[in-house]
Design a protein around this ligand. Structure first.
Ligand code: FES
Length: 106
């Protein structure tokens, strides 16, 4: 079965709503999404850690990765893969237009 990417972009916040190297959680179609502001733009992943549901938007952000605050899984915000575990989190498309941040679910 092939996954079909969403074609719908959803406005999630303004650039200034997310401090540099921090995350914020939002909801799109009932799905919790974590949005991060990186040095070179924004990233969005599912907000719940696939290990045990930790709040990834509250994790420490560094080197385009976020560290889950519960047990320390470190997820690459480009690939979604954990660098220190077998889990992978869904990565969503992000675009910024005129200081507004939009997300398209994977
Ligand atoms: S819940 Fe995220 S590492 Fe355990």
């Amino acid at each position: 079965m092939t996954a079909v990417a969403s074609t719908t972009w959803t406005h999630v916040c303004s650039v200034e709503d997310v401090p540099l190297l921090e995350g914020r959680s939002t909801s799109i179609d009932g799905r919790r999404i974590a949005v991060f502001r990186l040095l070179n733009g924004f990233a969005a992943i599912d907000a719940h850690c696939p290990h045990a549901g930790g709040p990834l938007a509250d994790g420490i952000v560094a080197d385009s990765c976020v560290t889950c605050p519960l047990h320390g899984r470190r997820f690459d915000l480009v690939t979604g893969a954990a660098l220190n575990g077998p889990e992978t989190v869904a990565v969503h498309d992000v675009r910024v237009e005129e200081d507004e941040v939009w997300v398209r679910l994977a």
